[in-house]
Design a protein around this ligand. Structure first.
Ligand code: C2O
Ligand code: CU
Ligand code: CU
Length: 443
């Protein structure tokens, strides 16, 4: 892991056949008490979702559309969207935390001529960094923790002690003394990353989940929740002959070894990258308050975490009309940050605002205690995953473009997602007036 990278262009549609060639038996422990992971299901099932893709519903990798070893599925990715670093990963109901942990994911890059013309560092100087944490046994095999209850082995969070970059533990990269572009994915099941350089050197963030920001943002530290991507430019031109480490908290992720000779100056950052027009709040036809809640057992163990107080199998409650704009307001009453991801769409963060969770939990009333905080510049671009921080109401504005049909939204902490922190949603198209509706998209 990671799997092979797709290099694609905006507007160039792509058909991918995803055969399931897994062995029949899963090598990690399945919790059969989880919804969708019952004993009657084949163990090594899978279904592929391209995270961040504007794909028709039948190609989006709906969690219940998994298929067994020996079977195959062909998906269509129209790529009618702007350049971005997407990623594909398994989405099989009730076991996707295990499948992704086992390595079923990779990158999916979309480019276009406009981004090419910016002359950002490219070729050897553009490096993808897929970062995740893992637990390893003494013999080097992957270890995935289980609870003390053999009937319910699910655990609410997994934190590895080995950081892995592009499938290697603590690798190094020899670099020239010049700027490099790093396309970073946090592919961890549950770990948030706080990226920084050991020499405290500043770098620039130039993009978010769904492509370039309006302008580069200077940073010394970059926060990434599971599922999020970031686009960083690190300039090594002042560091000829030196070594420095990319870190996250107290973990070393990888080392950069800068060649002793001065490198070329190509790939200097432009002052502006692309227009990112702000979606005005007045464009929204509806605001949906959506709670994030957690029930704990008497012993304080996490039992269920829910979105909007509803479990997966309950009827759809979010049903935006195709091409309409809505505000989704995530009311997080829990003690944790939950990265919330919507399939199909890109969105913008409006603000985060502190409120009184206890009052809300007991009466349903939202009482704010502080003014709203707009997103910092590094989050003020197009996103598909957003941190809903604890004790905050996080608001996003989103236009439901592309296709009508059934999609999902969920927390991207994979242990949460597998245990009810995921909901179906419907993008509702116009009703056909007479007879059968023409296919919306013809190819
Ligand atoms: Cu990374 Cu449902 O997605
Ligand atoms: Cu997704
Ligand atoms: Cu969560």
């Amino acid at each position: 892991m990671p799997g092979p990278t797709f290099e694609t262009r905006s507007g160039d549609g792509l058909l991918v056949e995803w055969p399931n060639e897994l062995p029949a038996k899963h090598f990690l422990t399945i919790d059969h008490s989880l919804h969708g992971a019952e004993k009657d299901k084949p163990e090594a099932r899978g279904v592929v979702h391209v995270h961040g893709a504007k794909a028709p519903p039948e190609s989006d990798g709906y969690p219940e559309d998994w298929y067994a070893p020996g079977k195959s599925r062909t998906c269509y990715y129209p790529n009618q969207q702007e350049p971005a670093l997407l990623w594909y990963h398994d989405h099989a109901m009730g076991i996707n935390r295990l499948n992704i942990y086992a390595g079923m994911f990779g990158l999916f890059v979309i480019r276009n001529g406009i981004e090419d013309a910016l002359d950002l560092p490219r070729g050897h100087f553009e490096v993808p960094l897929v970062i995740c944490d893992r637990l390893l046994r003494q013999d080097g095999h992957l270890d995935y923790p289980v609870s003390e209850d053999p009937e319910r082995p699910w655990v609410p969070e997994v934190f590895g002690d080995v950081m892995v970059v592009n499938g290697k533990a603590f690798p190094f990269l020899e670099v020239e003394a010049r700027p490099y572009r790093f396309r970073v994915l946090n592919a961890s099941n549950g770990r948030f990353l706080h990226l920084n350089l050991s020499n405290d050197q500043e770098f620039h963030q130039i993009g978010t989940d769904q492509g370039l920001l309006a302008a580069p943002v200077p940073l010394e530290r970059s926060l990434m929740a599971p599922g999020e991507r970031t686009d960083l430019v690190i300039d090594f031109s002042g560091g000829a002959g030196q070594r420095m480490t990319l870190r996250s908290d107290y973990f070393d992720l990888m080392q950069f070894r800068v060649r002793p000779t001065a490198g070329s100056l190509a790939g200097r950052l432009p002052a502006s990258l692309r227009p990112v027009p702000k979606t005005p709040e007045t464009a929204a036809v509806k605001t949906r308050p959506l709670s994030i809640t957690e029930n704990k057992s008497m012993r304080g163990e996490s039992m269920t975490m829910l979105l909007n107080g509803t479990a997966w199998h309950e009827p759809v409650t979010e049903n935006p009309a195709l091409d309409s704009t809505e505000i989704w307001s995530f009311i997080n009453t829990t003690d944790d940050s939950h990265p919330i991801h919507l399939h199909l769409v890109r969105f913008q963060i409006l603000d985060r605002r502190r409120f009184e969770p206890f009052l809300y939990t007991s009466t349903g009333e939202i009482r704010y205690t502080d003014p709203p905080i707009p997103p910092p510049p590094e989050e003020a671009g197009w996103k598909d995953t957003v941190r809903a921080d604890p004790g905050m109401v996080t608001r996003i504005i989103v236009k439901f473009e592309g296709y009508a049909g059934r999609y999902v939204w969920h927390c991207h902490i994979l242990e949460h997602e597998d245990n009810e922190m995921m909901r179906p949603y419907d993008v509702v198209g116009p009703e056909p007036t007479v007879g059968l509706r023409e296919p919306r998209h013809q190819h």
